[in-house]
Design a protein around this ligand. Structure first.
Ligand code: NAP
Length: 315
């Protein structure tokens, strides 16, 4: 069915919800299209310690719920529909979903985030859900008093690894070099935690096991020596791949799939914005994603007003 909106927001993570709050307050007919669950990766995060205003931290689902409530309060509509394509009809965008709907809007804000990157080693796919996981909040409690390995050296690996020490008897972090991308505060905390161990300069060659994970085979990148690490779980946090595929016919992406924008979050196509984890150069923090959402919505307001004035669009 064809439907008209002023603003279509693709993805209901914090950046999309922030854009919806501002768009709703500006009295634009706004819909958020979310394929699965509001909050995105944030909804899977147990404790957010660095979002301003919550000195004692806040759980991801709770923060998501508060943002959702605020977006709905100002009139944003939220629909659970997966977007399959974004195309153009002159200045108007057409957003098609698996529900068979086609939304026509002058402004589309892409905030579809990113999915976990795979290690792509033997055993990863076969043992997924049988010890291989990409979400500590979801699966951590299954590893009470067990040994788990965590792969990666960014914020997610350190933060989620620390969360896993609540359940596991040992958390062994395997990282391919000595330095970390993660915030120093997480690395310090991990070094002080008696359950936390580091295996550095090492890459995973294979995840082994029969019906469940039993071992990972790692190789030291300098000596090339291979060692087995017996474990019950492998939590993989090696970055993310942006979900920009639905717009790939109309916007260019960099080789990793990020969408380039100007400082107003607008792509080369007027009225098409990209915010949050799929935007090139984003710091990929909740606070920056929220700021990007607000920026896009405020610029979109000017764009729509101009198009109403010039007859390109009417409510
Ligand atoms: P990230 O910062 O991109 O880190 C990915 C890590 O995985 C890096 O240490 C990287 O190693 C390693 N890696 C990548 N490919 C690998 C491979 N094939 N084999 C082995 N290791 C591999 O990703 P992230 O930790 O998911 O974080 C993503 C963004 O979200 C970041 O901007 C981060 O700040 C943000 N975030 C923030 C928080 C927070 O609490 N502030 C929490 C979660 C995420 P190299 O370092 O050697 O490249």
């Amino acid at each position: 069915m064809d439907e008209n909106r002023d603003i279509v927001i693709v993805g209901g993570g914090p950046s999309g919800l922030a854009a919806a709050i501002y768009a709703g307050r500006a009295r634009f007919k706004t819909v958020i299209l979310e394929k699965m669950m509001l909050g995105g990766q944030v909804a899977l995060t147990n404790d957010i310690a660095n979002y301003p205003g919550f000195p004692d931290g806040v759980a991801g689902p709770e923060l998501t719920e508060l943002m959702e409530k605020q977006a709905r309060k100002f009139g944003a509509e939220i629909r659970l529909e997966e977007v399959v394509s974004v195309s153009l009809d002159g200045d108007i965008k057409i957003v098609a979903t698996t529900a068979g709907n086609a939304y026509r809007a002058p402004v589309v804000i892409l905030s579809s985030g990113a999915d976990p990157r795979k290690l792509e080693c033997p055993g990863e796919e076969e043992l997924r859900g049988r010890g291989v996981s990409y979400c500590a909040t979801c699966d951590g409690p299954f590893f009470r008093n067990k040994v788990v390995t965590v792969i990666g050296g960014g914020d997610a690996a350190l933060k989620e690894g620390l969360f896993l020490t609540k359940f596991a008897s040992r958390v062994i972090l395997v990282h391919r070099r000595q330095g970390f991308r993660a915030e120093k505060i997480y690395v310090e905390e991990a070094r002080q935690n008696p359950k936390f161990e580091f295996v550095l300069d090492a890459v995973v060659k294979e995840i082994q096991g029969g019906d469940k994970v039993k071992n990972i085979l790692v190789e030291n990148v300098i000596t090339k020596t291979q060692t087995g690490i017996p474990c019950d779980g492998v939590f993989i946090f090696v970055g993310h791949l942006p979900n920009s595929g639905m717009a790939s016919k109309i916007v260019e992406t960099d080789p990793a799939g990020h969408v380039a924008t100007n400082r107003d979050m607008e792509t080369k196509i007027p009225g098409l914005y990209a915010i949050g984890d799929l935007r090139q150069g984003s710091y990929r923090q909740i606070a920056t994603g929220v700021g990007e959402g607000v920026t896009a919505a405020m610029h979109a307001e000017r764009r729509i007003d101009e198009w109403i004035r010039t007859g390109v669009w009417s409510h």
